[in-house]
Design a protein around this ligand. Sequence first.
Ligand code: C5P
Length: 404
Amino acid sequence: MVLSGKRILLIISGGIAAYKSLDLIRRLRERGAEVRPLMTEASQRFITPLSVGALSGGHVYTELFSREDEQDIGHIRLARDCDMVLAAPATADLMAKMAHGLANDLASTMLLAADRPVLIAPAMNPKMWSHPATQRNVETLRADGISMIGPMEGKMAESGEKGLGRMAEPLDIVAAVEALLAPGVRPLAGRRAIVTSGPTHEPIDPVRYIANRSSGQQGHAIAQALQALGAEVTLVSGPVTIADPVGVTTLHVETAEQMLQAVTASLPTDIAVMVAAVADWRVATGHDQKIKKLPGGAPPPLVLAENPDILKTVGHHARRPAVVVGFAAETQDIEANGRAKLVRKGADLIVANDVSPSTGIMGGSRNRVKLISADGVEDWPELSKQEVAARLAAWIAAKLPRQG
Ligand code: C5P
């Protein structure tokens, strides 16, 4: 079993997503992991220590100053006597405590005392996630080397609000745990991959820009899936609000020009998957100062210039990767457009999807794709973006010429 003998200290903090932690415990144990659960006081309002204990098959830690727990295993040892610490769900409050080094309950104390890899699965209301305070904490935690999975886009369980904030699904958290602890089956070990993801922002002036609705979820999931199969992955991401994938070198860029530079500087690689929704045009007449709106003045003209095509550049590059994959976001004639793109861009595969507004794919968490290659067309059922990523990584692994 992949996680055999691995000991995971699971911190459950207080949010509605805590109910998913029960399934998470089951999934981790199915893979051979030993799960030692620790619950915050607030989490016990959502699920009970009894159910957590029943599923984990052992003691549930709840208090910092419990004489029994201290006799069983001192709280510093609890933080050390494991292979990793996983916080799922990690609330805004827990992340704030972590970012500021607070240690005023058992969970925050464990996180401060831990000297093992830490993975957190944030879950909160979308407004709380996008609040500058939380985003500052996210940056701090990243800089501290904390790995993060999610949050995902979707409907909130309690309010029905849509946005970023749902906890990643248990199986995706398990995959991130495996990526950290157990490289597992690694058909892409020794291979290098470059992935682009997210939108690009093309400045109009220092405060305004042209952008699109790409969330980066599909590209980031692909980077993670390639990494999970053992590849050394560089992800070049446009501006997104989701976390960097675990174990992936992520370069953050804004414009198409910067993305192209970062991609070509990363060559040679064995694999290139260009998922970013690169803006087709940038503003030719860039302004150094904010364009002023003058009383009675006419709106300023925007002159656009074509952006470099990154996929096409890579597909025809002297150091072209062995497998080049592109995406095609289409609203009509999906197959015909996909085939034409395959040739024009010099790709081995075009993953085509219908992004008509009615599909909810752009910015959503699910995807329905057709794979267009020289071998023909494969129509995949509707899947989560993570599942599309995992299948695509397997397709790429099978397609790569053998090494040596
Ligand atoms: O031509 P179109 O934009 O539909 O092609 C989509 C594919 O090309 C995607 O894989 C996208 O990442 C890539 N692309 C690119 N650079 C551009 C435009 C698209 O890499 N400037």
